[in-house]
Design a protein around this ligand. Structure first.
Ligand SMILES: O=C(O)CCC(=O)C(=O)O
Ligand SMILES: [Fe+2]
Length: 325
């Protein structure tokens, strides 16, 4: 009963307008960006893909036609960390890359111990999101921040975006997430689209029965699915619930494109970077006693509008940190 009421309140636009007003400090950066995008709306109101003029702005350079040639003639490729330039054609084609053993075992151990300490001290707490997770440990944990602001990762992100990256929103998982198939573009949206990259770090070796992350190579090149593709509509006061319609559309798009999922059997310290529109999810946890310690971050590029297409809310970027490149 209380749960249903909570869901109902969370669909009400006036509730979020007040919430956004309380976060005016972090939302005021959007005024300039909305003006540049020709959006004549309050930065405290709802925002969704249909509010933009359809031009979609500047597509990330590696998503444009001719990206392989643009990459081949890029002088900046010399700035990439060792071994990464060879992975760029795979990024263009498949929408992900793995930086094997990028984070040292010592730093991973430090981060795991530090999140444990933060939980014990009540600085962070468990949230239920299908599974128990810790949100935004990077805001409190120096080792977690050090993993995600690794300069090799920063240089790679800067190259992929063509702009500096900001670290935002981390989620620590203790067990497999079993997350339904999705692309982050629907949950954590940017305008122009394509300026968000998922960064996932294995904090232990991942066993096949522990609910590995999976991804669908090449699915990032399918059209972005936005609210107007779902056939759901809200009202002047409420935002529609979209999860079910979205899940159906994603499954249909993957089936039509005949792209098959690939499990990521990561080793401790491996980093997986995925494209904003790459379909991915978490496999079922077959062994209920298994753990799958991992932590994921969402990086966005500087000077883009960040919002949540699913809830039509602007993203509150409080706490986000620049990633040195
Ligand atoms: O760790 C997982 O299983 C998936 C996490 C994910 O999809 C995300 O955070 O965007
Ligand atoms: Fe995701």
């Amino acid at each position: 009963m209380l749960g249903a009421l909570k869901i109902r309140v969370r669909t009400l636009k006036p509730f979020w307008f007040l919430y956004n007003l309380l976060h005016w400090r972090s939302l005021r950066r959007n005024r300039k960006l909305y003006d540049q995008a020709g959006v004549r709306k309050s930065v405290f109101g709802t925002i969704a893909h249909r509010d933009f003029d359809g031009s979609n702005g500047a597509t990330p350079w590696l998503d444009r036609d001719g990206a392989p040639e643009a990459f081949a003639s890029s002088a900046d490729a010399a700035s990439l960390p060792d071994g990464v330039a060879e992975k760029i054609p795979g990024w263009i084609e498949d929408g992900f890359m793995v930086l094997e053993g990028q984070i040292s075992s010592e730093l991973v151990d430090e981060a795991v111990a530090d999140v444990g300490r933060l939980l014990d001290q009540g600085v962070v707490s468990m949230h239920f999101r299908g599974e128990q997770v810790v949100r935004d440990s990077y805001e409190h944990s120096d080792p977690v921040r050090r993993m995600f602001t690794d300069p090799d990762i920063g240089r790679t992100l800067r190259f992929l975006f063509g702009r500096p990256a900001q670290l935002f929103q981390t989620i620590d998982f203790f067990k497999g997430s079993e997350q339904p198939m999705h692309s982050d573009a629907f949950h954590m949206t940017t305008q122009p689209p394509g300026y968000l990259i998922g960064g996932w770090i294995a904090l232990e070796d991942v066993r096949p029965d522990a609910g590995p992350v999976y991804y669908l190579p090449g699915s990032h090149r399918l059209p972005y699915l936005m609210s107007e593709d779902l056939g759901v509509s809200g009202s002047a006061f409420s935002i529609p619930l979209k999860d079910e319609a979205y899940g159906d559309r994603v499954a249909a798009a993957a089936k039509q494109a005949a792209v098959e999922p690939v499990d990521f059997l990561a080793k401790k310290g491996d980093v997986l970077l995925w494209h904003h529109n790459l379909m991915h999810g978490g496999r079922p946890v077959k062994d209920p006693d298994s753990t799958r310690r991992s932590v994921v971050a969402h990086y966005f590029a500087e000077d883009v509008i960040c919002y949540h297409e699913v809830t039509e809310r602007p993203a509150i970027l409080e706490g986000s940190v620049p990633v040195p490149a």
